[in-house]
Unconditional design. Structure first.
Length: 78
């Protein structure tokens, strides 16, 4: 939570966050106008979330999301 302009409670780009509207977890990918863009940890399309509905992921949730990313990377062809 730095001076990245996302607003209070929004993790900086690269951090994990939770969309409080539906509970989805995503990695902060950046901004799209006033909204925050989130990317699902296992892959898939990004979605936009208003900054007031974004909250930092707890350490346990962030760990599970990172494990999902690592597992996905292990399944990709080399």
């Amino acid at each position: 939570m730095t001076g990245d302009g996302y607003g209070p409670g929004v993790p900086e780009a690269g951090g994990f966050a939770v969309d409080a509207r539906d509970g989805r977890v995503g990695r902060v990918a950046g901004r799209s106008g006033p909204n925050v863009r989130l990317r699902p940890p296992g892959g898939g399309p990004e979605w936009e979330c208003p900054p007031e509905a974004v909250r930092p992921a707890s350490p346990g949730v962030a760990l599970r999301a990172r494990v999902t990313e690592i597992n996905r990377e292990g399944q990709l062809p080399r």
